[in-house]
Each structure stands twice: as structure tokens, then as C-alpha cells.
Design a binder for this molecule. Sequence first.
Ligand SMILES: Cc1cc2nc3c(=O)[nH]c(=O)nc-3n(C[C@H](O)[C@H](O)[C@H](O)COP(=O)(O)OP(=O)(O)OC[C@H]3O[C@@H](n4cnc5c(N)ncnc54)[C@H](O)[C@@H]3O)c2cc1C
Length: 500
Amino acid sequence: MKRVVIAGSGNAALCAGIAALEQGAEVLVLEKAGVDEAGGNSRYTAGAMRFAYQSREELLPLLRDPASAALDRTDFGSYPRQDFAQDMSALNDGKPLNYLQKILVDDSYDTMLWLSRHNIGFDPIYARQAFQKDGRYVFWGGLVLAAQGEGVGLVEAEMREFLRLGGTIQYECECRELVADDSGVWGVLCMSPAGEVTIRADAVVLGCGGFEASKELRRRYMGEEWANAKVRGTPHNTGAGIEMAMAVGADLYGRPDGCHAVPMDLHMPDFGNTELPFVERKNYRKICYFLGLMLNAKGERFVDEGENFRNYTYAQFGREILNQPQGFAWQLFDSKVDDLLYDEYRFAHVSFVEADTLVELASRLEGVDAERALKTIQVFNKAVDPANAFDPTILDGRCTRGLSVDKTNWANRLDTPPFRAFPVTCGITFTYAGLHVDKNARVLNRDGENIPGLYACGEMIGGIFSAGYPGGSGLTSGAVFGRIAGRSAARDRRRFMGVR
Ligand SMILES: Cc1cc2nc3c(=O)[nH]c(=O)nc-3n(C[C@H](O)[C@H](O)[C@H](O)COP(=O)(O)OP(=O)(O)OC[C@H]3O[C@@H](n4cnc5c(N)ncnc54)[C@H](O)[C@@H]3O)c2cc1C
């Protein structure tokens, strides 16, 4: 029987584990964190997964409750492969999609079916991806389902399935080095509570995340300013897997400074507050800027807050905020949009100020030129063209006119008190550069040849995202390439298989 060892216990690693077990391999997962902090960034997520689908009928086999009465009042629309491919292309530095990106799009629905066959249930994301219109839920932006119980539920369900199929896991076991010779990789050197151990394997799958939690690697690959970013997820993804693979000939692949980074509460702890339950940690995020406007320290707007559905802008706007003077901004709203703001704006630990007049509001924006801020809001209000009705379920074209940075959709005047403002900064979610893999998730060396016995999946893979990220694609990418990596690792024949 082939022995597959997997580093990490997030979504990608567990999908690799399940897939390798399906192929009859013996599988051991090695996880650096203890049981309470295992599951990586995947556990922090909302469990939202983007995939191509033709119709509501294709969603039914994925749903935990396909008989729910709410489904009759729901318009899911469709999200064909071409739309997913188009959304990826729009964020791809003007380049055509590469083979990994095409696999992500093409395998997305089939992988969702595979997950549901492995007892992972999904629910419609009514609260964040739909708005109510004429008594119906109308979805927007191509992202419709999340795993039952969000990220925690997803990882727990995957872990149950992994263990049910016969997989085993060792916690507090940090992979530090790949053991390799001329024939390729045949083991991992780990630090466990019992000390240093070498674990032998016919194949090693790296599913141990990017380097977003390493200040040093962020500095090295992304630039000095990234040292100051908050880290939204696990503190354990410090790039060890990437460095281990580079030590045996792999290269960093993809845009080194590319990352998913979003507006986060300026006063959150440097890492997501580990005192809080996982489901609450993500509430530091602040991504309803499309309903209002954002000002920097100079009191100026710096992005088109309504450029597109927030699914297509939120992962880029963290960087935009980091690039502002002192790396912060304020998000401003009036009470007209109170009902539309996500729960994260009502979270117990949220930072905000409130005022009954715009003058008072501007004076309360700490660190901001108040006079200039007031002027910016007044000029913005005058520039709103009310010709189109406000409708957050579509790109409504309700815009400002004549500003140096116009708002192209959902532009409302800030005119209805009380006004609220939320201070935000940049929070890094995950890095885009990683290892170069072939279509079978085999890790490639600097000459483009595969390193026998070494596979990678999830955040570890570079070249899938570059200039941006369509929301919900990270978990799908982890599942698609995790499944492929697990299969390949279990199937590939090795010269020395069973000999060591
Ligand atoms: C707050 C937040 C919300 C998000 N929401 C979504 C969402 O709703 N939808 C979506 O698609 N994406 C979302 N993402 C992105 C998503 O989390 C990632 O794309 C995805 O989870 C990455 O999965 P992974 O399995 O590659 O890595 P991870 O889930 O991070 O797993 C990596 C694992 O490797 C372990 N590890 C690290 N180093 C070692 C080592 N040396 N040895 C052994 N183990 C090690 C870590 O402890 C961890 O368990 C979100 C991210 C965050 C932080």
C-alpha cells in the first residue's frame, strides 16, 4: 500500500487526504498547530465557494436542505464556466488564463459534487450574497453557496470524512524539511512533542499554506510596507512549505507581491483575535464600502468604491488602503444603508464614531484632515446623479459625475443622519505566489521538471491568482487541487516505491 504524508490540515490538505484514501493509499496528516488551532485559514472562512453552474437544478444535489421553502423565493441565476473564466481573466494582469486557472474553472462544479458525495453540505448565502427584491432573494456576483457551519463546519466535516475513510492525523507536528535524494522526495523531517522525527513516505503533499503570517517573508517578497499589515487568519502559515520545497529545487512561482488583502478594523489585534471563537474572528473585516465612501488621512477619496460588486474589489482594496498615507482610511455611511450593512458592522468589538451632522462627523475622523474631509463629502454629494434608482442587486449605474475619482455604482448622497464612520486598515488574507505545479499538482523544479514524490495544493500553489481574486475562489482552488494532488500522490508510480 502506498504511503502518502500530507503537511497541513486545512481544506486543501484534507481534500488531498480524502482523495488519496479513495485511491487506496495509507494517509497521514501532519499538522503544526494543536487540535484547537488546526484547520488553518480554512477554519476562519465563511465557507463560501465559487463554482460554475448552469441552473438552480445543478445546485440541488449540493444543498443540505434541497426541500427548503425559501428556495421557491430565490433567484440564483446561473454562473456558466465562461462567466467564471471571465471573472478570473478580469483580474489576471491582462494575460490569458493559464492551465491551472482553466482547471480551477473547469473542475469547480465537479469538485463541489465530489465534496457533497463526501458528506459536505452547502447552504445558500442569503445574508451576504443576496438582497431582497419584491419578496424574492436575488443573488448577485456569481457566489451562491457556503459550507454548512461556514469554515469551521467545512473543516470539521472534511476531517470526519478523512477519519471515516481511515486517515490519521498527528497534531503539534511541524514539518521543517523535506527528505530527498536523487530519486526525489521520500519523507519529511518534523518537530513533534516527542522531538525531531523523520517520517518516511512514498509521496509528500504540501498543503500547509502561504507566507502571509511571516513578517519577514512579506518584507522580502512584497515590500517593506507589508510588514505593517494585519493578519486575518492563522498565525501558522509562515511559508515553511514553500521554503522546504525551494530547498529541494522548487522555485517561487507567480507574482511575489500578489496577495488577497481586505479592509479590516484599524484597531483589531495584529493577528485575528484568537480569544474569540473562529466564527467571530472574521467580523473585523469591513467590506461594505460599496454602500458609502472611503476617505484617507488627507480627507480624500482614493478608489471607486462602486467599481464592481464587492466580490471583485474587496481583495484588492486592502492593498489600496495600505498604500494611503499612514496606511489607514475611514468608511463613511449614512442611515439610509443601515439595514444593508453586514453584521460585521454591528460586531461587539467594532470601532466606529457616530454623528448627527457632517461637520461633526468630519471632526471625529481621527488622523484625518477634517476640513478637507468635509469638503470631499459635500462635493461628492453634489456630484451624485440620481437618474438611476439605487439597486444593490445589480450594477445600477447610479454614479457621481465630474469627480477625479467617480463612484460608478450605488452612489448615494450622505444626507441622512445619524452618520457612522469606521476606521480601517489592510488585513492580509493569503499570498498568491507559491510553488509551480503541473496539471497533476506535481511540484516542478526550476527547470520545469517534476520533483518525484512531491505535490502541492491550496495556498501553496502559485500562479492561480495574480492581480486579484473573485471572492470564494480560494476554498474552491484548495478543493480542486487538493483532490488532484491526493489522487496523483496515491497513483503515481515511483521507482523505489515500497523499497525504503
Ligand atoms: C478570515 C478569512 C476568511 C476567508 N473566507 C473565505 C471564503 O469564505 N471563501 C474562500 O474561498 N476563501 C476564503 N478565505 C481564503 C481561504 O481561507 C484560503 O484560500 C484557504 O482556506 C486556503 O486553504 P489551505 O488548505 O491552502 O490553507 P490553510 O487552510 O491555511 O491550511 C494550512 C494548514 O497548514 C498548517 N501548517 C502551516 N505550516 C505547517 C508546517 N510547517 N507543518 C505542518 N502544518 C503546517 C497550518 O497550521 C494550517 O492548518 C478566507 C481567509 C480568511 C483568513
